[in-house]
Write a protein of this length. Structure first.
Lengths: 429, 105
């Protein structure tokens, strides 16, 4: 390549005399895929200091995504709160590509956050707006800013304003307590949705983000419930004989796929929520469970041990055809579609343990993402960039997340007791 | 002939320098899929200062296009332009950079 270029360059030079504007093209093929350097300058505060450090929340959001490397605050030689007068040359010398500056001030019954996103190398302002947040919604305002900054720079919609649902378990045997919680995607602002002395399992968000379906043993038998988060109103939708488990919403929110054992061993069924009618999907002599709907609503994933060990299959709803998808190793379970439908995330057992993995559907290639070894229940962020899952830390269950390319991972602040079965919400705004 | 060789060598080293400096400064945005290509037209001042870096052929991905512009802006100025023979300097004040991620550093 180099020799070729030299030879070709010689030819170009010969043409200099005749070509005033040489059409020289230099090929740039190498770059860094490291996280983009950004500085989120502490926001100025008018009057008393606000109860939350907005710039820190934005910085933490961006860092957790794995796409950004925020500059440490003690490396900031100036702390501007607006774009005028920013010394771009000096930020550039620190190799910072983007700068976020802003100011928080009190508004009538809340706060006004003014922020700007600046392109350091070009000395340009890319974004500038004012966000209003209620008295206790400063964190929400910060996550909104993270979403805007993330989308402007990466072109991918931010998922920082989304929520997660999860189950907690405390105590032992007779004295156990289970809780269903909903929290911000960063683990803050957790709220209890349901409490029970008997197990709660498998929370699943409705596509509009307003309801959760889950399994509760509160009547001493497993049943599937749907609960409205705003009103707390709940309905028991499935309590057939035997197992009622693993609810999964259709993309239009009108049906639930689930695993029922009313006709023998667990099989996949689809229930139309309005009239509670159920249609049997699988018919095998093995255990079929953990359904998930394709984003286009046309097929279902499920786990089956029909080949001996658990593997993931896809059922085409129009043709009724079933196809095995996973062939790497002898344990692949709990498949979840990527939002674009082009890959699935799952739990794969390798010599290192049970780990979160991604399989590209076209190539069939499976890549392990997590570095932990007792991973369960992966759930994908609605923008497809992160996967949250449950794993073990010492004696207790904790929540962890890994980026869809495996480059970045983080652990969520631990709630009390064992934490299990996280479910990432759809976009809520 | 010796002059032509020297000129060719100087020009070659300038091209290599531009390529290295821009590659060094290029942070490929995550999520930019394979197969993207963008061409940036670069215009330099007499001392190698950046007059303009504009996309002449976009990749269709804004984040990718901006990363290319940013790489040029971060790599500039190209002061070494002045080390080129006087008659070559003019010709190198305008060139194209084709950004195609091959290897990731």
């Amino acid at each position: 390549m180099k020799a070729l270029m030299t030879a070709w360059l010689g030819a170009v030079l010969l043409c200099f005399a005749t070509l005033a504007q040489a059409d020289l093209t230099i090929e740039i093929t190498r770059g860094s895929d490291e996280a983009t350097p950004i500085a989120v300058v502490p926001f100025a505060a008018e009057g008393e200091a606000p109860p939350e450090d907005v710039a820190q929340i934005v910085s933490d959001d961006l860092e957790r995504s794995g796409f950004f490397a925020p500059l440490a605050r003690d490396a900031m030689f100036e702390r501007p709160s607006r774009s005028d007068g920013v010394r771009y040359g000096e930020w550039r010398a620190l190799d910072v590509r983007y700068l976020v500056v802003g100011e928080v001030s009190r508004a009538d019954d809340g706060y006004r956050i003014r922020y700007e996103l600046l392109d350091v190398s070009g000395g340009r302002r890319l974004l500038g707006e004012t966000v209003t947040a209620g008295g206790n919604e400063l964190r929400g305002g910060a996550h909104f800013i993270s979403d805007q900054v993330f989308e402007e720079i990466t072109g991918i919609r931010g998922a920082f304003s989304t929520r997660i649902a999860y189950i907690t378990a405390q105590g032992v045997s007779d004295d156990q307590q289970f809780g269903l919680y909903v929290a911000d995607a960063d683990g803050h602002n957790s709220q209890q949705v349901l409490e029970s002395r008997l197990p709660i399992l498998s929370p699943a968000w409705s596509p509009d983000g307003q309801k959760l379906a889950y399994v509760s043993f509160e009547t001493e038998r497993p049943a599937i419930y749907v609960q409205d988060l705003a009103t707390g109103q709940r309905v028991r939708v499935s309590s057939f004989d035997g197992l009622n488990s693993a609810p999964a919403w259709s993309p239009d929110g009108r049906r639930l796929a689930m695993s029922l054992s009313r006709d023998g061993q667990p099989e996949i069924y689809v229930m139309t929520i309005a009239d509670r009618s159920v249609e049997r999907i699988t018919n095998s002599s093995s255990i079929d469970t953990e359904p998930d709907w394709a984003p286009d609503g046309r097929s279902l994933l499920f786990t089956s041990d029909r080949s001996g060990g658990p593997q993931i299959y896809r059922h085409d709803l129009a043709s009724g055809e079933q196809e095995r998808l996973t062939f790497t190793g002898n344990y692949n379970a709990r498949g979840r579609f990527a939002p674009d439908g082009e890959a699935i995330f799952l739990i794969h057992r390798s010599s290192s343990g049970y780990q979160v993995a991604r399989q590209d559907l076209e190539s069939g290639r499976l890549v392990t993402l997590s570095e932990t070894r007792w991973d369960e229940s992966p759930s994908v962020a609605p923008n497809g960039t992160m996967v949250i899952f449950a794993t073990r830390q010492g004696d207790s269950g904790v929540l962890s997340a890994v980026s869809a390319d495996g480059r970045a991972s983080y652990r969520l602040p631990s709630a009390q007791g064992d934490v299990r079965e996280p479910a990432w919400s759809p976009f809520l705004n | 002939m010796a002059n032509a060789n020297q000129a060719s060598e100087a020009a070659n080293s300038f091209i290599n320098l531009v390529r290295r400096a821009v590659e060094q400064a290029w942070v490929i945005p995550p999520g930019a899929g394979n197969g993207l290509t963008a061409i940036v037209q670069v215009r330099l001042g007499p001392s190698g200062e950046l007059f303009a870096a504009t996309i002449t052929q976009g990749s269709g991905d804004n984040a990718f296009d901006r990363s290319a512009i940013q790489a040029v802006e971060a790599a500039a100025p190209f002061n070494e332009l002045r080390q080129l023979p006087a008659n070559a300097q003019r010709s190198f004040r305008e060139f194209n950079l084709r950004f195609t991620p091959g290897d990731i550093r």
